[in-house]
Every structure is written in C-alpha cells, then in structure tokens.
Design a protein around this ligand. Structure first.
Ligand code: OSB
Ligand code: MG
Length: 374
C-alpha cells in the first residue's frame, strides 16, 4: 500500500445524554477522525478513542493528535507499507501511545481490506454475520432514574446490561435493578474505583444481586486483588484496563486474575493486537468480548468486524448508534436487530460511509498531510 495523503479531523459530538463513570462525566466527545487515501484511490478510515482528558487512560485527544501528526503520519507517508503489521513494526521504536497508533493501524486495515475488496470482518478471519451486543449504563442521578433507564433499554431490545459502579453507587442501585428484573443478565464495571481491601464487600453484593460479571474493580496493576476476587467463582472477573498487550494478558492468565476479557481495539494498539489477545484468551479458555469507548459509527464498524472472531463469545459493548450521539457521522447508522444483535456490514472494508454533512457540522479542526517521497 502507498498512502498518498492523510487528513486528520477533530470533531465535537454531543452525547444523547451524559455518560458518568467512576472517573468522570462525559457530555460531548472530541473525536479524532483519520482518513488515509491510497494510491489505489481507496480511502481507509478510523477514529481515535482517546478522550479529551486523561482519566480512563494516560492518553488524550491532544497527545494523540500530536503523536499522529508529528510521528505516525510522517512515517507512513514516507514509506510503502505492505500491511498494517509492517507499519506497527516500523513504529515500534516509538514508546507507548497505543490509542494514537491504533487509529493509524485501523485506518490501514480499512484501506487494505478495501483494496482487496474484502469486508474487514473477512480480512480479519471473522465468521459471524451478526454480533450479540449489550448496553453500558452510566451512573444516574438517582436509583429510580437508573431503573427507568434500564427499562427503556430493555424495551429497545437489549438483553444484557452493564452498570457502571463505584464506591457509594453499587449494592443499592444494582439491587434495585435486580428486584425489578429478576432474570436480567447484569454486569458491572468499576473502572478501577475500589481499593483491594473492598474485595470481600464487592463479592458479597455481587453475589447477593446476582451479578454475572464484575469488570475491573481494582487498579490496573492489582492483579493479586483481581485473582483473589476471581476465586469466588460465583461471577466472572473481567479485566479491561489491566490488559494492555500480550505480556500483561499472559501474566494475568498465569495469576488467574481473570475469567473474562474486554478487548477494545482502539485501546490496545489496534486490530492486530486485538486479534492476538483473542487468540491468547481462546488458548487459555477465557471467554472474551469487544468493549466500547463511545465510538462513532466509524469506530463501531471496526469493533463490530473484530467481534466476528471466534472467541468473542460474550455480548459486546457495542450498542446501536442512537444510544450515543445526537448526530451519527455515517450514512447508515447501526440499529439493534433481533436477539440483541448488530448486523456486520458486508461491503468492502469497514462497510460504512461517512455522512459528509454531519462530519462538516461537527468539525472543529482539520489538517492534511501529503506524501514526502517522490
Ligand atoms: O470501561 O468500558 C469502559 C466508555 C468509556 C471509557 C471506558 C468504558 C466505556 C464504556 C462504554 O463502558 C461502552 C460503549 O461504548 O458502549
Ligand atoms: Mg471497562
């Protein structure tokens, strides 16, 4: 592949409602949207999942814009690149910044698949035509509001609900949802908010309220605390932030710190890394699922394609477009289908096209980069 030019746009999009987690509230998202035009005339796209502030991870929109613009695109535009893996190998000397690298790598996957007239799912080796999904519900102003919100999502057809929790917002709201919906599959996600000493209390309310899975209750490095909680075996312990690459997953497996794995392609450095994590989790007998970072339709299309791989057996955090933004930036928004599923786009690459008017309305800055070699 030869990338002839690239453009990096920064969009501002309003969420349909605030999304509150243990680390903060998001009302809008700044999204970096990257387009790579190949000498073939095809264009590959991806978005960067970094948020405006470094609360969920150390990266931010500003650090990703800098990394992509100052290092990754100049490298890409100065070389021919056989495939995304070759690009990754070339930028390995640059430390860290997996979200920035993922944006470029994923746009290359889209371009590569489009040039080969393959859907991204097929290019990755995926099999499913629909992927099962759930919905992630933020912390609400009151327990009543939460129960109502969950009810609305169930009416829309979601069958698995993930509740964001933190100390002070856990056993009571989760218990209230359980009382209202005795058979519901309830997962919880704390985004590292509990100290290891809270493990026994977390286990007690999780069992009492019939929680199926507890995601990332403790800090990223607290593998031992996760392993201790995982011994209860009455619910799965899922790792999200703790797994950043192959080595961290292998260590977590060795220490029995997880019984479920959340793979977010935009967080772990892209689709090549995600596929590797899928393979390792499969070999270890650990069920995996694809997580979300409030992506637009572009990032959602990448994630949906990834979720067609064999070991993504648990429902993904990839909901319908209307759950996220007031205005979607793709022409065919994702809709929830029967059995709480999203259809996998069949067209070349990520299989979705930009709604240029919506992008123009959301655009706050934009920069073009051109090939430097002859
Ligand atoms: O921890 O899974 C998380 C969103 C932003 C940052 C972290 C997380 C999330 C979600 C959103 O839970 C899931 C989605 O995109 O639907
Ligand atoms: Mg999470």
């Amino acid at each position: 592949m030869r990338v002839r030019s690239a453009w990096l746009e920064e969009l501002e999009l309003d969420l349909v409602e605030p999304f509150e987690t243990s680390f903060g509230v998001e009302r809008h998202r700044r999204v970096l949207l990257l387009s790579l035009e190949g000498s073939s005339g095809e264009t590959g796209r991806a978005e960067c999942v970094a948020a405006r502030d470094p609360l969920y991870s150390s990266e931010s929109v500003a650090t990703a814009r800098w990394m992509i613009g100052e290092y990754l695109l100049p490298d890409l535009l100065a070389h021919d690149t056989a495939d995304p893996a070759e690009f990754l190998a070339r930028v390995r000397y640059l430390k860290g910044h997996p979200m920035a690298k993922a944006a470029v790598e994923m746009a290359l996957w889209d371009l590569h698949a489009r040039e080969r007239r393959l859907s991204l799912s097929a290019a990755l080796g995926g099999r499913r035509r629909r992927v099962e999904v759930g919905v992630s519900v933020g912390i609400q102003p009151s327990v009543d509001a939460l129960v109502r919100r969950v009810g609305d999502y169930l009416d829309e057809g979601y069958r698995r609900i993930k509740l964001k929790v933190r100390p002070g917002w856990d056993s009571e709201p989760v218990g209230a949802v359980r009382r209202e919906y005795p058979d519901l599959r309830i997962w919880v996600d704390a985004n590292q908010a509990y100290p290891p000493s809270a493990g026994p209390a977390v286990a007690r309310w999780a069992v009492r309220t019939g929680v199926e899975q507890v995601e990332q209750p403790f800090a990223e490095r607290e593998l031992e605390a996760h392993a201790r909680l995982n011994r209860s075996r009455k619910f799965r312990v899922c790792l999200d932030e703790s797994v950043v690459d192959r080595a961290s997953l292998e260590e977590a497996v060795r220490r029995k710190a997880l019984s479920s794995l959340n793979v977010k392609p935009g967080r772990v450095g892209g689709l090549t890394a995600s596929r590797e994590l899928e393979r390792i989790s499969a070999a270890a007998g650990i069920p995996a699922w694809v997580g979300g970072m409030l992506e637009t339709g572009v990032g959602r299309a990448h994630a949906v394609a990834l979720a067609t791989l064999a070991n993504f057996v648990l429902p993904a955090d990839l909901s319908a477009s209307r759950r996220y933004y007031r205005s979607e930036i793709i022409t065919s928004p994702f809709e929830l289908g029967t059995g709480s599923t999203l259809a996998v786009p069949r067209g070349p690459g990520i299989g979705v096209e930009l709604d240029e008017r919506a992008v123009a309305r959301a655009r706050r800055r934009s920069r073009t980069y051109r090939a430097t070699r002859s």
